[in-house]
Design a protein around this ligand. Sequence first.
Ligand code: HEM
Length: 415
Amino acid sequence: MCPDSAVPRNEASVPLDRIDVSDPKLYEDDTWQPLFARLRREDPIHWCPESQYGPYWSVTRYDDIMQVELDHANYSSANELGGIQIATQAPGVNFGNFIRMDPPRHTEQRRTVAPIMTPTNLANMEGLIRQRTNAVLDSLPRNETFDWVDLVSVELTTMMLATLFDFPWEDRRKLPYWSDVAVANINAPDSPVRSDAERAAELTRMAEYFAVLWKERAALPPKFDLISMLAHSEATQNMPVPEFIGTLGLLIVGGNDTTRNTMTGGLLALHDHPDQWAKLRANPALVPSLVAETIRYQTPVIHMRRTARSDAMLGNKQVRKGDKVVMWYVSGNRDESVIPNADSFIIDRAKPRQHLSYGAGIHRCVGDRLADLQLRILWEEILARDLDIEVMSAPRRIYSNFLRGYRSLPVRIRA
Ligand code: HEM
């Protein structure tokens, strides 16, 4: 048997066959590290026969995660088989979208949105992102405690999303709200929705709002925003309503939570490692490598799940057709056999981009370069202003085994 409330979750002496890393509390309390260190060492491909999400395999080492990622023919993301999260979503909120598809439909739909992330388009957006980042940083209170998550991380990523969708500016805070609704664990004390039915109702309201924008854009000549691109592409223009909701949800969560949590996680990591802060101040050219390191160290997406289409050997373990296979990016990113001193935060690593936070293979994050750009600008502008940011107390983390994130981080900027 795997879970047992009598066994402390963060105790490295739990019998191996009872280790279950799926409990969201592990991530809310940030106590997951010793369990994964043990699995990587003693049982890197680990079978948990019973958990609140049913039986599942845990893939915990970097190279094994890569193997699953790259074998998309066998390790499927398809919604019909269970999708990409350890928790199989309840019927009614089980909206399809292209992260939950295999080829060929995945390929067609991904192709529709990918052009917005080309290097040329990103270069065109850089000025606007910098201008907004400057405005946000200049508006922050001095010598007064405020929440970094709300005033910086959420604000900046919301502005970015509103730009990508060309979304009505005054309503932009609806976007992070819908993102929270889409991913909330309904058992979390601060969940914005209390049941899957409530979630479905809120997301339907989101779809109604977007449907108006969609119809307007479909009637106009194509332009360069995500709604217009989806409304004019053959692969996506006639999506059924659930898939329409699911695709918006994917873009909103993808473009929002992950970057937002890296903005907060980066500040926290620098606060916890003053030697790295000093190194950065002394050499601002380290910003791109700092960005890559914060993305690795934070690992905003905790896991992705696949379902085996047929029996296969993974390492020395026999995976059976239909088995749930969970790739724990948080663990792969701490794999010492690939990343030296993986538990340490080091902003000038020899290979800073060697991490799994963006996944790999055909589903590798489509927004990676945009996230890198937003984070780079944020840190460049913080350094340009020489902001002295003090973390006032511990962050409140979210109750989730899927997204590693923060509800709040109290900080103060010394004038
Ligand atoms: C630090 C920021 C980010 C992280 C850590 C992140 C992480 C990820 C991960 C782990 C995946 C799945 C990869 C896999 O299954 O192999 C993914 C997919 C995706 N991400 Fe991101 N992401 C980030 C930012 C963004 C942004 C800014 C956007 C868009 C505005 C975005 C849109 C997407 C989309 C659409 C997919 C689905 C790709 C597919 O299925 O082909 N992400 N992301």
